[in-house]
Design a protein around this ligand. Structure first.
Ligand code: NAP
Length: 457
């Protein structure tokens, strides 16, 4: 995106919500200087004070759920009930690091010949976070809570379609009483990210987003020898074996695929179902998709809203058409969706051939791809053909199958008999083209810390 005026557009109806002026060069320079200054002081603030501020941030989030959730839904179209849950989850991650951060940062004592030897966790400085629009608050808090608890300071470059939410995030930390400069939102487009990464005051960068953006950010960070963490796309496999609880498997398959109107990196996107239960599963899966309520995301009864932007809808429509041309069959009924806005009907495509978007690309919207498989070996082989390796799901009651899936599925996570979900207590991240590094839990906190080795003779 260029740095012309930036519009927030309601994807449900195409209306302009707000127009933002990006930061001037002088404003960006001021922000970077403020971050560097603040870091020098913030790193010395006792952990108990940092924790107290994070707990206050949680209180602010909970007090303002309705406002922040409304802005999320207006800007990117997810159902309001899901936006509310997202804001509440941000409070949870703040509380998690307030409570557990000090433990994650404790010295690790090692026994050597020295009088004392240990690993100490020290903050690095200002960290740039380049974030996507799909969970506008959660993605940013997932980074910010551990970073601030660690003694780092945060600089957020948010996706250009969710700048009201980006400013709301800064607002949370301001209201909570964090000193100025601890967390700043930079209103800049993607073209200005390189200069920020290269700035000497910025010590590391994390990006959640698409492969091309990740490749560019990691290349620049590599050129500067700065740490980077990438959370990229996924095309998670969801495998169902004959021993599975079928009702639960179908319900979970629907939930994972249409949550956030289908725009979740860890959604099950490719469904591999054993031949013995395929007919039963597919009949119920299709019926559940056909029953989904598509419409106004502000209404509590809505299951699926619009996609976040028109261009994304057009891209998904193109992917579906290419998969159909390539041999896939659409199982769900034709249905009309609201005319104006970034709408697409939820749908299930079966038996797509390899070499089509269904097998080779991430489909970021409410489109499920379904295949019949002859065995777990067959399912895992097909699952691992993807270039992505974010999450994966197995529905089975057989311990030997669970062991095999954990061992052989190429993914950063395998969830058994439930959908993949991020949880502050568990590390989160991918392998292959889904990225590298881990967020959340202790890993997320240490990602941007100097694990200094100390040996005292
Ligand atoms: P995107 O186009 O890559 O944008 C993400 C962020 O990167 C935005 O702030 C964007 O800024 C910026 N950006 C884009 N190109 C850039 C470049 N060349 N250099 C520097 N920054 C750049 O991704 P998206 O479409 O917003 O998000 C959807 C993708 O994110 C999906 O692939 C999804 O799977 C992935 N995702 C992954 C995770 C995970 O945890 N693994 C979580 C959520 C989403 P502008 O908006 O200004 O262009």
């Amino acid at each position: 995106m260029s740095d012309k005026l930036v519009k927030s557009i309601n994807p449900a109806n195409g209306e302009v919500l707000e127009i933002f002026t990006p930061f001037s060069s002088a404003a960006l320079e001021t922000a970077l200087e403020k971050a560097a200054d603040r870091f020098r002081k913030w790193r010395a603030v006792p952990l108990s004070e940092r924790a107290e501020l994070l707990n206050r941030a949680a209180e602010v989030l909970e007090a303002k759920v309705a406002d922040y959730a409304r802005d999320i839904t207006l800007e990117m179209g997810k159902p309001l009930t899901e936006a509310e849950a997202e804001v509440k989850k941000c409070a949870l991650v703040c509380r998690h690091y307030a409570e557990h951060g000090p433990g994650y940062m404790q010295d690790e004592i090692v026994s050597t010949e020295a009088r004392r030897a240990f690993v100490r966790h020290l903050p690095m400085g200002p960290v740039l976070a380049v974030m996507p629009w799909n969970f506008p608050l959660w993605q940013a808090f997932r980074f910010a809570a551990p970073a601030l608890m660690a003694g780092n300071v945060g600089l957020l470059k948010h996706a250009s379609n969710v700048w009201r939410s980006a400013l709301n995030i800064e607002d949370v930390f301001h209201r909570a009483g964090f000193p100025e400069g601890c967390f700043q939102t930079l209103l800049i487009g993607a073209s200005r990210v390189e200069s920020v990464i290269r700035d000497n005051r910025v010590k590391a960068v994390t990006l959640t987003g698409s492969g091309p953006a990740g490749r560019s950010v990691a290349a620049i960070a590599g050129d500067c020898i700065k740490p980077s963490l990438l959370e990229l796309g996924g095309s998670d496999a969801f495998i169902v074996m004959p021993s599975a609880d079928l009702d639960k498997a179908v319900q979970t398959a629907v939930n994972t695929r249409v949550r956030n109107s289908g725009q979740s990196c860890i959604a099950g996107k490719r469904f591999f179902v054993h031949a013995d239960i395929y007919n039963d599963f597919s009949k119920r899966f299709v019926a559940a998709f056909d029953a989904l309520k598509v419409g106004d995301p502000m209404k509590p009864e809505t299951d699926v809203g619009p996609l976040a932007m028109l261009a994304l809808r057009d891209e998904l429509v193109d992917q579906v058409e290419r998969s159909l041309k390539g041999g896939a069959e659409r199982l769900t009924k034709e249905r009309t969706v609201p005319g104006k806005g970034a709408w697409i009907a939820p749908q299930i495509l079966a038996d797509a051939h390899s070499g089509t978007p269904s097998t080779d690309e991430e489909m970021f919207g409410p489109v499920a791809n379904l295949w019949k498989v002859s065995s777990l070996d067959d399912a895992i082989t097909r699952a691992n053909r993807s270039v992505f390796g974010l999450g994966s799901v197995l529905f089975s009651k057989e311990e030997s199958e669970i062991d095999q899936a954990v061992r052989e599925l190429e993914a950063g996570a395998t969830f058994v008999n439930s959908m993949v979900a991020s949880d502050p207590r568990l590390p989160f991240g991918g392998i292959k083209q889904s990225g590298f590094g881990r967020e959340l839990a202790a890993d997320g906190m240490r990602a941007f810390m100097n694990r200094k080795t100390v040996s005292v003779a």
